[in-house]
Design a protein around this ligand. Structure first.
Ligand code: EZ4
Ligand code: CO
Length: 415
């Protein structure tokens, strides 16, 4: 290791002495990185990439961890740059989730060493509580209305509504009948059916009824999950304008960022994009041209707190607010870190929140909590989430993949 990369004597206690990856499946698969320092301070980071978990685990174990041993855990920025630039092969979900895990664990360590909750290191709280949205899913229109009203009863001020579509055997976002939605099914992907026309005919009817039932106050959200062409997306946004959505998410695949110019010209429905983004480059055009209202990038898939902060700062220049992904396939470690980030970030919009199962919560003890529509991060030094490795070991990894979508004629579509 070069001189500059070695820890100096006074920083001996901050030296990274060990790191390991824990893959477990307390109901669903999670990948967690554990980093240890000479002083015995331990930090953890989420590295979960739904359906491709072991690739990130290997990237960390085989390629990243050997580079961490002996390094100064306090040099978060330099470690980030080392892992990003130093790998030569940049970006991509596997690399960026691995970097995110290291980054999150190092922020956890730094905050623990400072004896402060993580949000203090970011600059302190900008708000008292974090607005979250919950997921209401129903097999048909009436069922979805009931579910939305149930979430309203639970105190949610913002609710995402997804519904089964008449004539389609399956639809994105519909759970298997309980609170714990999980899209990854079997070892090989479930094939779901998709028909854009059936969906686009139905969705405005759903939101007309929902708005009637919940009244004007409740914030309603919807996820189109990348299924539309730009022109269809523009029309869908327009057709939902009367129902005053908080946001319409992932209308069309956004590797084509320029497509949003067309959508934006046609609709005033607020747009959210970015849960699958890994870096600031994935959203630079969307943000700089003010083509979206909310950026969905997360701690775990977008290079950790260090990189998410860069994205949020760029977004802030253009009045784009954050709305981080928070599905159950992001572990409580990501949620804990996200809530510290959300408590600080000046241009905060909303945070997605889906309850993890009791077993998941037992494996990842944490101090964040939900209270009537809002989340609160805790005051424990670090990000406030730990890993019960003994319990985790009782729930080994199970191969599972996300579904795929096909059109009625068999053409593979975007799930
Ligand atoms: O389908 O995280 O807005 N939330 C979502 C999620 C994603 C899953 C994929 O693993 O779109 O539910
Ligand atoms: Co989404």
């Amino acid at each position: 290791m070069a001189e500059a990369e070695r820890t100096d004597g006074s920083a001996r206690e901050r030296t990274i002495t060990g790191a390991r990856v824990v893959v477990c499946s307390p109901g669903r698969n999670f990948v967690t990185l554990v980093i240890e320092t000479q002083a015995g301070v331990v930090g953890i980071g989420d590295a979960t990439l739904n359906g491709r978990e072991l690739s990130v685990a290997s990237y960390l174990t085989d390629h990243v961890i050997p580079n961490l041993i002996g390094r100064d855990a306090s040099r978060i920025e330099d470690v980030w740059q080392f892992l990003y630039r130093g790998a030569y092969w940049r970006r991509g979900p596997v690399t960026m989730s691995a970097i995110a895990a290291v980054d999150t664990a190092l922020w956890d360590i730094k905050a623990k060493m400072a004896g402060m909750p993580l949000y203090q290191l970011l600059g302190g709280k900008s708000r008292e509580r974090v607005l979250v949205y919950g997921h209401a899913n129903g097999k048909d229109l009436e069922h979805t209305v009931d579910e939305v009203l149930r979430y309203k009863e639970m105190g949610y001020e913002a609710i995402r509504a997804q519904s089964g579509v008449p004539g389609l055997a399956t639809a994105y976002g519909i759970g298997k009948g309980d609170m714990y939605y999980e899209p990854a099914g079997e070892e090989l992907p479930e094939v779901q059916e998709w028909d854009t026309r059936a969906y686009m005919t139905f969705v405005p009817k759903l939101f007309e009824r929902l708005r009637e039932k919940v009244g004007p106050e409740t914030k309603l959200l919807h996820d189109a999950h990348h299924r539309m062409t730009p022109q269809e997306a523009a029309r869908l946004g327009k057709s939902l304008e009367p129902y005053d959505l908080f946001w319409l998410e992932d209308l069309t695949p956004a590797e084509n960022q320029e497509a949003f110019r067309l959508i934006r010209q046609h609709t005033t429905t607020p747009l959210a994009v970015g849960e699958v983004f890994n870096t600031i480059h994935d959203c630079r055009t969307l943000i700089e041209e003010q083509l979206i209202d909310y950026i969905r990038a997360t701690v775990v898939h977008a290079g950790g707190i260090t990189h998410l902060r860069r994205i949020a700062d760029l977004a802030g220049l253009y009045q784009v607010r954050t709305g981080s992904h928070g599905a159950t396939d992001l572990s409580p470690v990501c949620m804990g870190a996200a809530l510290h980030f959300d408590s600080w970030v000046p241009n905060f919009g909303i945070q997605e929140y889906m309850m993890h199962t009791e077993l998941t919560d037992e494996v990842f003890p944490h101090d964040y909590r939900f209270e009537r529509g809002f989340m609160h991060c805790g005051e424990t030094p670090g990000h406030g989430v730990t890993l019960d490795e003994k319990l985790a070991a009782k729930h080994p990894y199970k191969p599972r993949q996300l579904p795929v979508a096909r059109l009625r004629d068999g053409t593979l579509w975007n799930w």
